[in-house]
Design a protein around this ligand. Structure first.
Ligand code: FAD
Length: 483
């Protein structure tokens, strides 16, 4: 394992690159300042695998989006990640919008997106009867898909780890310095590391690492998007992803089912000074609801179970920047990976991973471990499958999360994975325990107990999401009630 590679950032981009590099003879480590995988934009986005008509032809965004979207169905099947080709409609409400949609249609055709067509009002209302009747026409994109962004990231990372990639969390890359003899000295919040090849996949902070290495400066604006998420037990008013015409700030507010059967409204688009500020605001949420009503006049807060926000990494040049850092041997980057970065991730992984492997002359491994077989969620099993699962492992008979029907067996499996859960939120995103209408109010204490047993640490050390996010502050005097 001669060549050492360090990747900064364990979002979907860094994990896609790591998985490709895990096929080669090299020592690969992914370092992230957060406590888990997918803690940046990769956990908080719309989860749409965009068809590829939004990006201007000839850009890296267009190329990577279309290639990535094509890879999704097979990749999700291989890795056991949920995916549904739901199709999308972009709504037009006047003749000005029609021109925009015709422009998107042409752009999509040039980008190589199949099946695009303009539908008229009656066709749109027949497909989606809850649409605002003021709709005039829509662009239909049948290849638009839905996925789970964090589950994709976990699956990429687990497969990379099975093939030898190491992951380090709670470790921020502070600076990267080229060494005179080649390679890099990387200073992190935990000390010094050395590597032959450095790859910057640091999301909204990728410009900082780039600017420390390169005279040609980059600038990333943090652009926050806020959402409403609805319970998945309600009837979903739309089967397809419903967009409005895009603006210069992005693709606009959508109304969409999620791949798990929730309803999602959002996102807003606000430029903010702090790339870590994922708070939601009354104004941002009011904006989302107001804009959603243009698509779905009945939109309201009934059935909402949570709000959240994610932060886009908008590079001021407007395109993805993927490849070697100019003028520096051994340094690479995937920078400005805003939307459609989730859709593009598999293609970015192949492009950047292969470029690094080729330029470093890495040899392919003789044996590559296949991805783990993901057990079917208990929630989705038939009664016969459930009985079979319980007979094999009685922990399937213990429901921990009642809202989402998640069992103890699934929680233990999530903790035991190659890059396993280490906090209550990490269990939540891997299993959906705590994602339902009570938002963990019922199951969190039991999840904490299972984490404590599996990790061999006292319950008091279990966190919500790493760092200092302790859930228990101390023991109640255990002599109480005994006298
Ligand atoms: C509101 C919103 C909606 C979106 N909707 C869609 C969509 O529907 N479809 C789609 O295709 N795309 C969508 N996107 C875009 C998509 O989410 C991103 O392009 C993608 O998640 C980017 O992944 P990433 O790994 O590059 O960045 P991130 O997921 O942000 O990962 C970067 C990682 O780097 C770490 N990091 C940063 N600095 C350092 C450092 N110095 N040291 C160590 N670690 C560091 C962070 O902790 C983070 O984990 C959306 C984005 C947002 C915000």
């Amino acid at each position: 394992m001669g060549v050492s590679i360090l990747i900064a950032g364990a979002g979907v981009t860094g994990c896609a690159v790591a998985r490709v590099l895990s096929r080669y003879q090299a020592s690969v480590t992914v370092v992230d300042m957060a406590a888990d995988l997918a803690e940046g934009a990769s956990k908080a986005n719309s989860g749409i695998v965009h068809a590829g008509f939004d990006a201007h032809p000839g850009t890296a965004k267009a190329e990577m989006n279309v290639l990535g979207a094509r890879m999704y169905p097979a990749l999700c099947a291989e890795l056991g990640v949920p995916y549904r080709q739901a199709g999308a409609l972009v709504l037009g409400f006047d003749e000005e919008d029609r021109k925009t949609l015709e422009g998107l249609l042409e752009q999509g055709k040039t980008n190589g997106v199949p099946g695009l067509e303009i539908l008229e009002k009656d066709q749109v209302l027949a497909m989606e009867p809850n649409t605002n009747p003021e709709v005039v026409c829509a662009l239909w994109a049948p290849t638009s898909g839905l996925t789970s962004p964090y589950e994709m990231t976990f699956a990429l990372a687990d497969h990379a780890a099975l093939n030898g990639v190491g992951f380090a969390f709670d470790e921020e890359v502070l600076s990267v310095e080229p060494k005179a003899e080649g390679g890099f000295r990387v200073t992190t919040s935990k000390g010094e590391r050395e590597c032959d090849i450095f790859i910057n996949c640091a999301g909204v902070f990728a410009d900082k690492l780039h600017n420390g290495l390169c005279a040609d400066k980059k600038s990333i604006t943090a652009r926050r998007g806020q959402y409403y998420l609805f319970d998945r037990t309600g009837t979903i008013p739309f089967n397809h992803t419903m967009f409005q015409c895009p603006t210069k700030m992005g693709k606009g507010v959508l109304v969409t089912p999620t791949v798990h059967g929730n309803l999602l409204l959002g996102p807003s688009a606000e430029d903010i000074p702090d790339g870590l500020d994922t708070s939601t605001t009354a104004e941002g949420l009011a904006f989302v609801l107001d804009k959603s009503r243009r698509t779905w006049p009945k939109a309201g807060m009934w059935g909402t179970i949570t709000n959240f926000s994610g932060i886009r990494a908008h590079e001021n040049g407007g395109d993805f920047v993927i490849g070697a850092v100019p003028g520096l041997k051994g340094a690479y980057e995937a920078l400005g990976i805003e939307s459609p970065g989730l859709s593009a991730a598999p293609a970015i992984g192949e492009k950047l991973g292969s470029q690094v492997a080729q330029e470093a002359g890495l040899e392919i491994k003789k044996e590559i471990v296949p991805p783990m077989k993901r057990p079917k969620p208990f929630h989705d099993m038939s009664n016969e499958e459930r009985a079979e699962a319980v007979a094999k492992d009685p922990d399937y008979g213990k429901i921990v999360c009642r809202c989402e029907v998640v069992t103890e067996a699934e929680i233990r499996e999530a903790i035991r994975r190659p890059v396993g859960a280490r906090s209550v939120d990490a269990v939540k995103r891997r299993t959906r325990a705590g994602m339902g209408r009570c938002q963990g109010g019922f199951c969190s204490p039991r999840v904490m107990e299972i984490l404590s047993e599996e990790m061999g640490v006292p319950m008091i050390d279990i966190t919500k999401n790493g760092g200092g996010s302790y859930l228990l502050t101390g023991r109640i005097d255990d002599t109480l009630g005994k006298e």
